[in-house]
Design a protein. Sequence first.
Length: 329
Amino acid sequence: MRICIVGAGAIGGWFAAHCGHKLAGEVQLSALARGATLAALREHGLRMDSGGERIVVPITASDVPAELGAQDLIVLAVKGPALAGVAPAVRQLLDQSPGAHVLVAMNGVPWWFFDGLEGPCRGLRLQSVDAGGVVAGLIPAERVIGSVVHASCAVPEPGLVRHVMGMGLILGDPAGGRPAHIEALAALLQRAGFNATVSERIQKDIWYKLWGNMTVNPISALTGATTDRIMNDELVLGFVSAVMREASAIGDQIGCPVGQTPEQRHEITRKLGAFKSSMLQDVEAGRTIELDALVSSVREIGQHIGTATPNIDAMLGLTRLMAQTRGLL
C-alpha cells in the first residue's frame, strides 16, 4: 500500500511511523512536506520515540505532489488553519491516484461533516471551517475517510515524533455504514498496532470528542493552565460544564447525541493529570491556533438551527481576542 502523509507532524508522523515499523515491506511511505520538516525527513527518515524505543522508518519526502506519484491512501493530518493552503496539493495527489481516499485526521468539525448526515443541517457548508466551500470543491466527501484519533503526541523537533499515550483510531464513511474499503483499512491498521475500529456514523464520534476538548483547549490557551488545574478550579469547571451543555444541546438537534453529562466526562478528563492541551502547546510555541474548527464551528451550527450559545460565545470571543493580540490567528 502506498501511503502519503500530508502534515508529517505529531499525528501524521505517529500514524506513518507505526505503519512503517509494523508493516515494513507492506507499505511504501511518502510525505508532502516543506521547510525544516522536509529537510529532516530527507536527512534522517521519520523518527518516533515511543515506549523508550527510537523507531526510524524510511520515507520519501517532497514538496512537489507530482514527485510522490500515485497513492492508495492520503493521510491529511494538518492543523485547521493550514487546511485551505494544502487542499490544492491534496487534490493533485487525488488526480494522480484515481482509486485513493483521503483519511482526514484533524481536530474539530471537518468541512464534510454534514455530507450524508440527515437532519436540519444536511449539506450545510460551514464558513468558519471552509470559507466559500473551496476545500469541499477540491476534496469531495466521496473521497474522504473520516477519523477520530485518541492519542497524545508531540513534536520536539522537525521530523521527530514523541508518542506519549494512546493508540485509538476510529474510522468511518461520511455517508455512514461500513464500506468494504474502510473495513479493510481498519484491519490493516490493527496489524500496525492501532486500536482501529469502524463507526457506522463517524460524525457522532467526532462530535463526542469535540464535546470533550472544545473547552479545555481554549481555556488552557487563555490561562496557561494544565488540564488538572482547570478541573480543580470550581468556578472554571462550572463554566466548562455550561459550555458543554450548550454543545450537547446542539448535538441532540443535529443527530449527534452525546449520551453523557459534563460531570461524567470530567472524570475521564481528570485522568489526563497535568496535561498540556494541543492549543496551549501551540500558544507557547507561537503557532497559529485552530480555534475555528473547535469552537467557531459549533457557534455557527447553533446559529443555523436557532440555538443560543452565550457561554460558547464568551469563550470564543475571549480566546479569539487573545490570539489576535499575539498574532496567533
